[in-house]
Design a protein. Structure first.
Length: 176
């Protein structure tokens, strides 16, 4: 997966991943505040079967246009390691959860629990992925209805036009 593309390109800096949320039954004052800060999801997103490809990220509640939907966290790796991990993941599972944040670093979201890591490509997306201030964030381009799949345009990927696009858009570019 910035652009949330399979090994996709720029711009997360060297930021640590957020702390794990405090379990719901154990929250009080400062712990509740810490949980809200640590949880990068601003809207509820679920994961389910996608008509585009494999699993997808779906709005579990209405999301207004221009709103920040949430983020994807993961392990920061150099690009050499990111490319090797992407090749191995594609060989083993066909699924890559890698976001290039610069020409030197990437975020490997393979072990992330963030549902937006399942965001699929669409040629006419309803969201955009932005890498800014050390974070991989998703913003709604349009109003997104509850139950609607959240999609982004991947941009340049390691597939280099060899992977067929299945987004179904009338103006589909045909490949990734």
């Amino acid at each position: 997966m910035p652009t949330l593309r399979p090994l996709i390109a720029p711009t997360l800096a060297d930021a640590p991943t957020a702390a794990e949320p405090v379990p719901a039954g154990e929250q009080s004052g400062d712990q509740a505040v810490a949980r809200r800060i640590a949880d990068p999801q601003k809207f509820k997103v679920s994961v389910g079967p996608s008509p585009i490809d494999g699993q997808g990220a779906f709005a579990a509640e209405p999301i207004p246009a221009r709103a920040k939907i949430g983020e994807v966290r993961g392990e920061f790796v150099d690009m050499k390691q990111a490319r090797a991990r992407a090749r191995e993941a594609e060989r083993l599972t066909g699924r890559i959860f890698m976001v290039a944040i610069s020409d030197k670093r990437a975020v490997d979201a393979t072990s992330s629990s963030d549902p937006l890591r399942f965001t699929n490509h669409a040629c006419n997306p309803n969201a955009v992925l932005k890498v800014q201030q050390g974070r991989v964030a998703f913003y709604a381009l349009d109003d997104i209805a509850a139950g609607q799949e959240i999609t982004v345009r991947y941009g340049a990927t390691h597939h280099a036009g060899r992977l067929r696009c299945a987004c179904g858009a009338p103006q589909c570019q045909g490949t990734l």
